[in-house]
Design a protein around this ligand. Structure first.
Ligand code: SF4
Length: 275
């Protein structure tokens, strides 16, 4: 029984990989109904992909750079301002994709930068083997993982230390949210993650109001974040005037903090998917 289910999962994944060039929407919509149980697919090492596409990175130190994106379904948080709620919905249609299938997609794009996002990508049991596989692709130079700060990043940090010793020299960076009061999710932060961050990592504070700004500044100072990693303050789009954050950073002498607005919200206003 298990072997039959595994074969079906694999067949579904292979069919989706073959349909990669038809686009992620078609792959997700066309195969999900045929798939065996999701638990069986997950235990078969497949990953629930809500969408995959090529665009420009919207945030962090690599904002504006071309990247191949893979967005996974599911999140363990429910932030007040979430702009990818559709991908967090357990009912979101997905393509169950194999690691090889995703590697084929990235290789076909000839992308140097890969961004793994969600939802919350760290919830995927197969994330580390996927990162390792992507790091073995000849064109890939950097794998970025966007994470919400509410999942232990230790396994990925240990993997990247291993990858850094390999001749390919591929770097792995975390862009980690620091949830502030207006998100409603602050209590879920895994504080142990902070000590694991390094120069290729970013802490992103999404600012929803003035109380968030004050809390963010406290955290930057208390954990000396700017000497540990990149630090960005980013307004909840449409909720906070970026000029207010700019003034706060200047007046507060928050050297090392970078103000950033979400590039894709400016370039492609109102577009939720594929950007
Ligand atoms: S962590 Fe990110 S994806 Fe999850 S609910 Fe919050 S904003 Fe949305």
């Amino acid at each position: 029984m298990k072997r039959r289910t595994t074969a079906r999962c694999t067949a579904v994944a292979e069919a989706q990989a073959a349909a990669a060039e038809a686009g992620p929407a078609e792959a997700a919509g066309g195969s999900a109904a045929e798939a065996p149980s999701e638990a069986a697919c997950a235990s078969d090492g497949l990953l629930p992909v809500a969408e995959r596409f090529v665009s420009l990175n919207g945030e962090g130190p690599r904002a504006g750079k071309r990247a191949a994106f893979v967005r996974f379904r599911g999140c363990n948080l429910a932030c007040s301002y979430c702009d990818t709620r559709w991908a967090c919905d357990p009912a979101c249609p997905v393509a169950w994709e194999s690691i090889d299938g995703l590697a084929s997609f990235v290789a076909a794009q000839e992308a140097e930068l890969v961004t793994l996002t969600g939802g919350e990508p760290m919830l995927q049991p197969a994330l580390a083997p996927l990162v390792e596989r992507l790091a073995g692709l000849s064109r890939v130079r950097f794998v970025e993982i966007e994470t919400n700060g509410a999942v232990d990043v230790g396994p990925i940090v240990r993997l990247r230390a291993d990858l850094a010793r390999r001749p390919e020299g591929v770097r792995v960076g975390l862009t980690m949210d620091w949830k502030l009061p207006s998100s409603g999710m602050e209590r879920h932060m895994v504080r142990g993650n902070i000590a694991l961050l390094g120069v290729d990592d970013t802490v992103k504070f999404v600012i929803g109001d003035e109380a968030d700004l004050r809390r963010a500044a406290e955290a930057v100072r208390a954990f000396d974040l700017t000497s540990r990693c990149n630090v960005y303050f980013s307004p909840v789009f449409g909720a906070v005037d970026p000029a207010d954050i700019a003034r706060f950073v200047v007046d507060g002498r928050l050297d090392g903090v970078t103000l950033q607005v979400q590039l894709h919200k400016i370039l492609w206003p109102g577009q939720e998917k594929g950007v």
